[in-house]
Design a protein around this ligand. Structure first.
Ligand code: SF4
Ligand code: SF4
Length: 317
């Protein structure tokens, strides 16, 4: 049995989202009726207690994601409870910026350490893979988060449409000017609704070119106030690159209905888990701690794996 490393938990609280991104990997929907069977408020609170029990055995960090977490503001109570049990520094949120203004940011500052939003092109420019107003929502939320001392991150998904020198330079300049703390980069994979956009996948050469360009922009910028660059571990050409699978040993995903997946990319647009080996069980049936010490989890913990998603190039977790 390998030593237990810190566990990163991505909890997709809901499938509900006010946006309708063409490339949404989870098939999020603005309609509540399409988001049935999600954990109730009390079940979400109970899940935080289950996670706290796991944290007695190994270091845990939880990132709340979706859908859009703030489609239901009662989810803030879940964040607050997570912070009470785990500590604020162990709680983060991924959001589009929806509803984040002065009041919400003030409340979040007491229960999260960081908030990551997605921006694939500079606000005010059109980008066909995201709806109108999407980048602007992140831009309008940013100053409120910063005012309350929340670490800010912008994630950019690299696709054919934005993997261009002018677009990436403009984005980097925007992030520097707006004092964003962290810029994380991830390549686009055609999953969920995005399966219809396979033509937007960048090639390995384009990925390598983008990594070099971004590293160069960073090196050329002598300012002390600039975003920390964080390439996804699957991207080649930077020190963090690794081909070792993170399933269970480093990360798990929890879906809105309480099912636990060893890889949060192993789901399709209908939120079906791609293969039985990724499905660890449901927190409604067994405590998370038990699922993580069960037979299914043991498969991933026993040795290092490389990506076992059936898609030709795997996906990134
Ligand atoms: S990609 Fe994110 S913001 Fe866009 S529809 Fe899906 S969950 Fe919502
Ligand atoms: S994307 Fe592949 S390598 Fe990454 S955690 Fe999932 S199965 Fe493992």
């Amino acid at each position: 049995m390998m030593e237990k490393m810190p566990l990163s938990i991505i909890y997709d609280v809901t499938k509900q989202c006010p946006w309708n991104c063409a490339i949404c990997c989870m098939g999020a929907s603005p309609k509540p009726e399409e988001c049935a069977n999600e954990l109730s408020h009390s079940q979400k609170l109970n899940l935080m207690e289950q996670i706290a029990a796991v944290a007695q055995e190994r270091e845990v960090r939880i990132d709340f994601s979706g859908g859009e977490v703030f489609t239901d503001l009662r989810n803030v109570e879940v964040l607050e409870y997570a912070a009470k049990l785990l500590g604020r520094e162990k709680v983060g949120v991924s959001s589009s910026g929806y509803k984040i203004g002065d009041t919400l940011a003030g409340r979040l500052s007491k229960c999260i350490s960081d908030c990551e939003m997605t921006m694939d092109s500079v606000p005010g420019t059109s980008y066909s893979l995201r709806p109108k107003g999407y980048a602007e929502a992140a831009a309008q939320a940013l100053p409120f988060l910063q005012e309350y001392g929340i670490q800010t991150g912008i994630q950019t998904v690299l696709a054919k449409e934005n993997c261009k020198e002018g677009t990436l330079r403009a984005l980097y300049t925007w992030l520097c000017e707006h004092r964003v703390d962290n810029w994380s980069l991830l390549r686009f994979y055609p999953s969920g609704r995005g399966a219809a956009y396979a033509g937007q996948c960048i090639t390995e050469e384009e990925e390598a070119w983008a990594v070099r360009l971004i590293q160069q922009m960073d090196w050329e910028n002598a300012s002390e106030v600039k975003p920390e660059i964080d390439f996804h571990y699957t991207m080649k050409g930077h020190p963090k690159h690794s081909q070792v699978c993170r399933c269970v040993r480093k990360s798990i995903g929890i879906l809105p209905d309480g099912r636990v997946t060893s890889c949060f990319w192993a789901i399709d647009g209908e939120m079906r888990i791609a293969d039985g080996k990724f499905a660890l069980g449901s927190v409604l049936e067994k405590p998370l701690q038990e699922l993580l010490s069960g037979e299914k989890a043991a498969y991933w913990m026993a040795c290092e794996h490389s990506c076992e998603l059936s898609k030709p190039e795997g996906k990134a977790a």
